[in-house]
Ligand binder design. Structure first.
Ligand code: HAM
Length: 457
């Protein structure tokens, strides 16, 4: 059998999308874009500067800074050797790559540097609602600032963002401090001592975490761990005076800015680089994946990448999770069509293309469908919710006119084509433009005739 015949009898199978990735379209894509646009607007209010980073980095960028024992580094990274034998990793988060860029580009000269970015991240997690293998974050960092005001500014910005997205209701800020390095270490030792006494009763996962990463036991959702996590030593008993003072300034700043928060003494984050402030904005409206935004201070991270001691703080929010909240509120729709343009016959097509271009330049949302007869096209215009249709047939074309039809009232008037793109369509609606009834008193007529004159010159 010739190959071509074989190909016809067994059509090729379409490859599936990769598990944990999403193709986002329609209302969900509008909600996604709305999150990014709102973030872009808000970050400018706080003068965060935009940065773009590569999607992949040398593996060491992440393995050294996030912590070898974290879930992200130990089981979730997409790492591979490139053709030159170098180990590379698709970024599982932004912060480590931003710290690398800060050092390799000499961005220290801009310190304190406020940076914002957004884009895709990759983690080999078990996919479920709100948790994907390729997901997207909006991300904000302040590098080279050790002052608690930086923590406050980031939190106030996060709070404003959620309010402007209209999703703040039912989302609460959980705030903790992990103390400075000595406080955190003392707490870690106390947690190991405490959990060791209950080792046999803990879940297998927590037994494993015990020596490697005991703070993570506090985060366990396993009911077997719950009775012990509640009675575990609290960071407050190990905080140095300095760490306490720092945290006090953060909470006072939030109070001054009117940002509500709840103290969450067992809040630890999934990445190891955090010191001092750690926080999450959490909701119960998204099921199990209820953390929409998380972050904190990471004063030691830049040193682990070979840089000088550089205090820094930041946060990231999952765009998909925020978009789900935005979508649930029903407050984002695909853009509304103002005007449908309908050419009748080939000769009118060109005039309609010119007309559509003029109206779009004037700022109207215009669509000119590519095919169909008058009835079909008018039907589609009506369905789209457009306010107006503009129709050009042979007769109109010969007279240099177009029909403006108000799709709500059905009123239709013939307008010189030169009228369009100069005034809002509502001013032409239902008006027959002959001689002005009282020259000089009809403003629309003035605009149209004056701009007509300019065109002629
Ligand atoms: P993170 O807590 O790993 O922190 O992620 C921040 C947010 O990203 C989460 O709260 C969640 O909304 C979203 N997210 C994380 N993983 C997934 C996933 N698999 N699917 C969907 N959404 C997800 C960081 O990434 C830190 N770099 C934040 C930071 C910036 N800390 C300091 N600066």
């Amino acid at each position: 059998m010739p190959l071509s015949a074989l190909a016809m009898s067994t059509p090729p199978k379409t490859p599936d999308a990769i598990r944990g990735t999403q193709d986002i379209f329609g209302a969900e894509a509008e909600a996604f874009a709305h999150v990014v646009e709102t973030f872009e607007r808000v970050r400018k209010l706080y003068r965060f500067r935009r940065a773009e980073m590569p999607v992949f980095e040398k593996t060491a960028v992440f393995s050294r800074s996030l912590g070898e024992t974290t879930d992200v580094v130990s089981k979730e990274m997409y790492s591979f050797e490139d053709r030159g034998g170098e180990s590379l990793t698709l970024r599982p988060e932004f912060t480590a790559g931003i710290a690398r860029a800060y050092l390799t580009n000499g961005w220290q000269q801009h310190a304190p540097l406020k940076l914002a970015t957004h884009g895709p991240l990759f983690r080999y997690e078990r996919p479920q609602k709100g948790r994907y293998r390729q997901f997207h974050q909006i991300n904000a960092e302040i590098l080279g600032a050790g002052e608690p005001q930086a923590d406050v500014e980031l939190l106030v910005m996060a709070d404003q963002l959620l309010k402007e997205l209209g999703v703040a209701d039912g989302v609460s800020l959980h705030l903790n401090t992990l103390g400075d390095a000595p406080s955190r270490e003392a707490w870690r030792v106390a947690l190991i001592d405490y959990f060791r006494d209950h080792r046999e009763s803990l879940s297998e996962d927590s037994q494993e975490r015990l020596e490697r990463n005991p703070l993570r036991i506090l985060d366990s959702k396993d009911p077997r761990d719950k009775p012990f996590t509640e009675g575990a030593p609290k960071i407050d008993d190990y905080l140095s005076d300095e760490a306490q003072d720092f945290f006090g300034k953060v909470t006072q700043g939030l109070e001054a800015a009117g940002v509500a928060f709840a103290r969450a003494p067992a809040l630890v984050r999934g990445l190891d680089y955090y010191r001092h402030t750690a926080f999450e904005f959490v909701t119960d409206r998204l099921g199990a994946q209820g953390t929409v935004l998380g972050g904190g201070r990471y004063d030691g991270l830049i040193e682990t990448l070979g840089g000088p001691h550089t205090p820094a703080v930041g946060w990231a929010a999952g765009i998909e999770r925020l978009a789900m909240l935005v979508g649930a509120g029903g407050n984002v729709a695909e853009g509304k069509l103002d005007t449908a343009i309908i050419p009748l016959g080939e000769a009118a097509e060109k005039a309609c293309i010119a007309l559509a271009a003029a109206l779009r330049r004037f700022g109207l949302v215009v669509e000119m469908s590519f095919r169909g007869n008058m009835k079909k096209r008018l039907g589609r215009a009506n369905e789209s919710g457009a306010e107006y249709a503009i129709i050009i047939g042979d007769n109109e074309l010969a007279a240099g006119k177009a029909l403006l039809r108000n799709l709500n009232t059905g009123v239709q008037t013939a307008q010189p084509i030169t009228h369009f793109g100069k005034v809002p369509l509502s001013l032409l609606d239902g008006v027959e433009f002959g001689e002005p009834p009282d020259p000089g008193t009809n403003q629309v007529f003035d605009i149209l005739t004056n701009s007509g004159k300019k065109d002629d010159s």
